[in-house]
Design a protein around this ligand. Structure first.
Ligand SMILES: [Zn+2]
Ligand SMILES: [Zn+2]
Length: 175
């Protein structure tokens, strides 16, 4: 998704884009076990004030990831939003001797643009990556894998825990 300064005939623009599966897979490259589950939809609203452009964007869709307990593929819903202010690069201040960079508001991410076109795809990608949960789960109640035999305990049970109990009792009896 990109916007051009000349598109702002009115100070507000709304844009909509469906990122197809091959793009989503490119974005997820390097994130092992993660892949597309169809399109990712981005909906963005831009407001221009003088040379500053504020973008509010929403991302929605699904991706495939790996459950951190049972290691099965699982659908991860993506629903996230971002607010970014674009300032012209001429406004980017470099700290001179001993001067500290003035920190921007925490709630607002600041990006700088130059020229007449702002391509926001890198921000859409970043937002998607940040929306991936640290430990995805196929279900809150996922039972995970048996630590003894590796059996997926969601699918069927194994007799390891019982055998382990008996083994422990025998050990206690011996010592
Ligand atoms: Zn699971
Ligand atoms: Zn087992």
């Amino acid at each position: 998704m990109e916007i051009r300064l000349e598109d702002f005939i009115y100070p507000q623009i709304t844009k909509d884009e469906l990122y197809p599966p091959n793009i989503v897979d490119q974005w997820l490259m390097g994130y092992e076990g993660f892949k597309n589950k169809g399109n990712i939809h981005a909906y963005a609203h831009f407001v221009k004030r003088n040379a500053n452009i504020i973008m509010k964007a929403e991302l929605s869709g699904n991706i495939i990831g790996v459950c951190s307990r049972c290691l099965e593929d699982t659908v991860i819903p993506i629903n996230t939003d971002m607010t970014i202010i674009f300032l012209p690069q001429s406004q980017q201040r470099k700290p001179s001797n001993g001067e500290e960079i003035e920190l921007q508001s925490d709630e607002l991410d600041v990006e700088y643009y130059k020229g007449n076109v702002i391509d926001v795809d890198y921000l859409i990608r970043e937002s998607l990556i940040l929306a991936i949960p640290y430990s995805p789960l196929c279900s809150e109640t996922c039972k995970g894998l048996c630590p003894h035999c590796g059996n997926n305990l969601n699918k069927d049970s194994c007799s390891c825990s019982k055998e382990q109990d008996i083994f422990n009792r025998i050990k206690i009896n011996i010592f």
